[in-house]
Design a protein around this ligand. Structure first.
Ligand SMILES: Cc1cc2nc3c(=O)[nH]c(=O)nc-3n(C[C@H](O)[C@H](O)[C@H](O)COP(=O)(O)OP(=O)(O)OC[C@H]3O[C@@H](n4cnc5c(N)ncnc54)[C@H](O)[C@@H]3O)c2cc1C
Length: 466
């Protein structure tokens, strides 16, 4: 009997963990064990039943479609014939509400939008002239100051919020210019966004990949013994000869290698204890990156009282408190007749809202809605507030590239430490923060491991700092 090949334990069954495991399997490394903390696969792609429909509390969009290259997630979504909806922001100038007193004049909004677009175009030119090392990177806000465009009116702030925080989950003060202007996702894969609204959920893209290499029964349920759910890894002991992985229920697993795919938010906590400790360069690189928080709150109403029809789906609320319930969406195309509104918040607002009772959040959103639509609107009959930041298996929603992290430090986040490898959306240099970033990162990290196992090239080069 031939000796079984090396064992690899994969921690986490989100998009990157499953993509890494599939890549290893295809490279002939089939002696795998996937340990997942929760009772499901998919991680931050998660459908939840709300008000009779399956809504997405995690990733909602395939971002980067209709460009030169094909987004691999779009490819999967098409293969699965997922119900997707083109997101049309064209008419947003007609849908921006003042704090009180109704809509802004659309021409006033359009002028403000045009100004923001011009600054963004200038930012892209400036950014592309910066040295690739990232050592001369500046924040988005620094560039805005250079352009004498620091949004400070309620209108400019909500536009700025929607362009930056609405995408990266953090404000321009924090975000790296070089890694967000332009956004490689849109440059390479196209500028369009499609929202997934399918009863099977966006997570079915992860299931599809899993089915390609794991065993499942006639109903499609994954029954492969190489994946274990409800296994919370809390200790990874590594040495030159192998790895021991322990879970909270006291189980111990031995392997030759481990691939850690948990979010960078999790790596920033002590949920998983590494023994010996990870080296200081690694810990510093992990701690320096940002785990952003971005929340879509779902509200169900007995009937609709907001404008409907083409060009009304997205609307903005311009509070003088930046980021206060700013981005709204009605989903009558995605979930017809559901009377659901979604409002997006992020960063400190997300953290504040996660910590307060949902009834308080409901009252706050109702005050905002009354400011927009008048006193005679009905109370919501249900509310759903996802809590990604409080959840110890995520600690936020996706990574954001902050100012002060060079490409060199970014490579350190991804670099293996001996037999411990790392993957996850936060390890994809061009596409961190996205589902396709997680998918492609899983492939990259797995190929790095394959190179080591099969070809002995285990020393990963990290570009020198200067
Ligand atoms: C609210 C929200 C909105 C988003 N919107 C979009 C969008 O519209 N478009 C887009 O492209 N991207 C979006 N994203 C980002 C996208 O969802 C992520 O980039 C991607 O899903 C991350 O995959 P991952 O495999 O890197 O991490 P994860 O999905 O976090 O996978 C890691 C897995 O590890 C598990 N785990 C954690 N700790 C342990 C442990 N100790 N032991 C064992 N297992 C553990 C977790 O349960 C999880 O299943 C959004 C994310 C969120 C949360």
């Amino acid at each position: 009997r031939s000796k079984p090949g090396p064992t690899v334990i994969i921690v986490g069954a989100g998009m990157s963990g499953i993509s890494a495991a599939k890549t290893l399997s295809e490279a002939g490394i089939k002696n795998l064990l996937i340990l997942e903390a929760t009772g499901r696969i998919g991680g931050r792609i998660h459908k939840t039943e709300f008000a009779g429909v399956n809504v997405e509390t995690g990733a909602s969009w395939v971002e980067g479609v209709n460009g030169q290259e094909l987004n691999p997630i779009w490819n999967l979504a098409r293969k699965l014939k997922l119900r997707t909806f083109f997101s049309d922001f064209e008419n947003i100038s007609a849908n921006v509400y003042q704090q009180v007193n109704g809509l802004y004049d659309a021409t006033v909004v359009q002028a403000a939008l045009d100004r923001a677009v011009n600054v963004s175009k200038a930012a892209a030119v400036f950014s592309e002239a910066l040295p690739p090392s990232g050592l001369e990177d500046i924040s988005v806000l620094t560039f805005q100051r250079l352009q004498k465009h620091v949004p400070s009116t309620a209108l400019d702030m909500v536009i700025d919020y929607s362009n930056h925080d609405g995408e990266f989950g953090e404000p321009p003060r924090v975000t790296s210019l070089q890694n967000t202007e332009p956004i490689p996702t849109f440059t390479n894969f196209g500028e369009d966004l499609y929202q997934v609204a399918d009863p099977r959920g966006y997570e079915s893209v992860v299931h599809e990949l899993a089915h390609q290499f794991l065993g499942f029964d006639a109903k499609g349920t994954i029954t492969d013994p190489r994946i274990k759910l409800n296994k919370v890894v809390n200790r990874i002991e590594y040495s030159r000869s192998g790895v021991i992985v322990e879970t909270e229920d006291g189980s111990t697993y031995k392997s030759d290698y481990v691939m850690v795919s948990t979010s960078i938010g999790v790596l920033q906590t002590s949920l998983i204890k590494f023994e010996p400790d990870l080296p200081t360069w690694k810990i510093l690189a992990i701690y320096q990156f940002s785990m952003a928080v971005y929340t879509r709150i779902f509200l169900k109403f007995p009937y609709k009282f907001w404008p409907s029809g083409n060009g009304t789906e997205y609307f903005l609320y311009a509070s003088d408190r930046r980021g206060y319930y700013p981005i709204w969406q009605h989903v009558e195309y995605e979930y017809p007749g559901s009377n659901i509104l979604i409002v997006t918040v992020s960063d400190e607002e997300s953290r504040r809202i996660e910590q307060q009772p949902d009834s308080t959040t409901k009252d706050e959103t109702m005050e905002v809605l009354r400011n927009m639509f008048g006193e005679n609107i009905p109370e919501p009959t249900d509310i759903l507030v996802p809590r990604w930041w409080s959840n110890r298996f995520y600690r936020g929603t996706y990574s954001n590239w902050p100012i002060g992290v060079s490409r060199y430090e970014f490579d350190q986040i991804r670099a293996p430490v001996g037999r411990v490898y790392f993957t996850g959306e936060h390890t994809s240099q061009p596409y961190s923060g996205y589902v396709h970033g997680a998918y492609l990162a899983g492939i990259d990290s797995a190929l790095m491991m394959v190179g080591c196992i099969k070809y002995g090239s285990c020393d990963v080069q990290i570009e020198p700092k200067a």
